[in-house]
Design a protein around this ligand. Structure first.
Ligand SMILES: [Zn+2]
Ligand SMILES: [Zn+2]
Length: 299
């Protein structure tokens, strides 16, 4: 619990005294400098600058061959029927996982097993060629000198009261997008980094979002390895660094067929949340919405 916080007394960013009713405990100047993301890419959530049209006409005629269906059934990875779901949990995850997921997606799309067909109608320049396993990523505010203060202050100065306001912004975004879910999962920290920092910022934020929305948190993703900081690495190095860094553990049967909100503070290249999403989809999660507080225009 965060018992002491300067709620509604001073601006969270510049410390100027403020009116107690100010939204998100910010002064007018700081609030106005924030760019709340209103028009974003429907996949990665980055602010749309150069929208391109995603032409899906090529795939639409595709149907799966019978052998493919048989292969999927043989592998017990049909995640749409209850009995098969149990097997899916026990599915051995190996190097074929990319292939399995691909086939599974084809299967669902080709045979309309999903109640609401998810349509990707546009992708931005950042993500048009990326293979994201989450269904959608949503960020609230553009990363800038002002907005980053909130996250840095939380993460590196231990001002855990920030998480309450960050969560308020994220809750409002969920409401705006009219989104709900069965569970919230915070992006885990490795225990070593957790020991140094003393808390996981994603967990702090997620617990407030859970309180505001009544969506329960489920703690079923574990970070196996303490990964290097990713920002200095290129795309290939990031993917390599994160491969098998996460594991789905106890409680995984609860997430089968469910919609999950995966919570983190910042969405940069999306490699971390993508790696977690991949694991969650293998364990039978139906839909993943990544919800982050900040994102950059370009990464
Ligand atoms: Zn201010
Ligand atoms: Zn995008």
């Amino acid at each position: 619990m965060d018992f002491f916080f300067p709620q509604n007394i001073t601006c969270l960013i510049c410390q100027k005294p403020i009116d107690p009713n100010n939204t998100y405990s910010l002064c007018k100047d700081c609030f106005e400098e924030m760019t709340f993301i209103k028009e974003e890419c429907h996949k990665c959530g980055k602010p749309v600058i150069n929208r391109i049209n995603f032409d899906k006409s090529d795939d639409e005629e595709d149907n799966l061959a019978d052998e493919d269906i048989k292969e999927i059934e043989d592998n017990c990875i049909i995640l749409t029927g209850n009995n098969e779901l149990k097997d899916a949990v026990n599915l051995k995850i190996d190097d074929d996982e990319e292939y399995i997921l691909e086939k599974f997606e084809e299967y669902r799309e080709g045979y309309g097993k999903v109640e609401e067909k998810k349509i990707e109608y546009s992708r931005c320049k950042f993500c048009e060629n990326k293979n994201f396993y989450f269904d959608r990523a949503i960020s609230c505010i553009e990363y800038c000198d002002k907005s980053k203060v909130l996250v840095l202050s939380l993460k590196y100065y231990g001002n855990t009261y920030m998480s309450r306001y960050i969560a308020q912004v994220m809750r409002d975004k969920l409401e705006f997008e009219q989104l709900s879910a069965d569970y919230i999962i915070p992006v885990p920290l490795h225990k070593k980094r957790m020991r140094i920092r003393g808390f996981n910022q994603a967990e702090k934020i997620a617990s407030y979002i859970s309180e505001y929305t009544n969506i329960p948190i489920i703690d079923c993703v574990k970070r196996n390895r303490n990964t290097k900081r990713l920002y200095a690495l290129n795309k290939f190095q990031r993917e390599k660094e994160l491969k098998n860094a996460f594991e789905v553990k106890g409680g995984s049967e609860k997430i089968i067929g469910k919609r999950i909100i995966l919570v983190d503070d910042i969405f940069t290249t999306g490699t971390t949340v993508n790696e977690i999403s991949k694991k969650l989809k293998i364990y039978g999660v139906d839909e993943i919405i990544v919800l982050t507080f900040l994102t950059r225009n370009i990464d």
